[in-house]
Write a protein that binds this ligand. Sequence first.
Ligand code: PLP
Length: 428
Amino acid sequence: MSEKQVNTTYEYAIDLDKNDELSSYREEFYLNEKKIYLDGNSLGLLSKRAEKSLMDILQSWRDYGIDGWTEGEHPWFYLSERLGASMAALVGANTNEVIVTGSTTSNLHQLLATFFQPNEQKNKILTDELSFPTDVYAMQSQLKLHGYNPKTHLIKVKSGDGHLLKEEDIIEAMTADVALIVLPSILYRSGQILDLKRLTEEAHKREIIIGFDLCHSIGAIPHQLSESNVDFAFWCNYKHLNGGPGTVGALYVNHTHFGKAPGLAGWFSSKKQHQFDMAHELIHEHHAGAFQMGTPHVLSVAPLIGSLAMFNEVGINNIRRKSLRLTGYMLDLIDHELKEYEFIVRNPREDKMRGGHIFLEHPEAARICKALKAEGVVPDFRSPNGIRLAPVALYNSFEDIWTTIQKLKRIMAEQTYKKFENKRGVIA
Ligand SMILES: *Cc1c(COP(=O)(O)O)cnc(C)c1O
């Protein structure tokens, strides 16, 4: 690689912060002044707006009791639909193609139960060998429910280097026996972005239904789900979207599938005006709302109201622009300051292919992460030897990045990581 000019001074980091149009949003969050939080892609931080909307919902319970379902500023009965509509811009969907409900895992089960309709010719599910385990477990169990053996009917596209996928390989694996595909929009380890539009086009040419897990891309990069004709998508809202631990997830269903019956029905799949008829024949919605099941988790979803307001105010394109600058700056400093310490950058470097985080590999990763934590930097360890660093556009600064890399450099130079065991904790 040719030597790129990199300004490694502290003053330069401060300058970048001064010229950052989003810097004021940092004040909206509860940041621990003693820490640098780089784990927003596992659990985003609490914002004051999210806290307020949670308190507002609690207050509506206090004020209205049962009538809170239809009264107050955020009537609970319509909250899932309203939040879905306010998330639609983040995924490039029509407002009624998104519903806030369930979790990543339960939504994938719902979507597989709805869209995986195997027949003699088409009865396999295609995914990749780097997919998040919960997604794979869901696919395996849905195959079993249909009487298929996951060992023969779940096809996993291989990665050449254990970090990245080649879209050509995925397309080549779209054989005539594949009924449905589930892939990540951004790989949770390497942060690689897949081209959803291209993969969807290729899948549709072969009459294969295709859906994506957006857990690592929602709130980090823009999407064009409707325009790309993606059949379905699902995600959680506690990572880049800062909805809080265990907040409710969301799903998207393309409007061309409206009218399809939910594979897993419940009374919240009903058309709203019929739900309280209490009839035993379900009249399901003809939009994404049909894929809800039971009573929404109102208290868990409440922080999202405030958090989403912030995303809609800033706009996802502005968030993406700053995110790319943050990760680009971090890469420059890593290349320049850490070159003698055996780190391998595993995320793609091109803007078009790089998600919201940096993925470093090092044989001593587990204890380097512990040393970073002891120094007040919160990274994310991924077994066996990965360090994820996610600078988040709304609350991380260029100074955070500069300080992190300086700390990392010192940890390596002074070998302070050797004070720790090279083993992961229960949650890592
Ligand atoms: C975080 C994450 C999940 C988590 O699923 P939950 O049902 O919310 O626990 C699933 N898939 C991916 C790719 C993730 O990053």
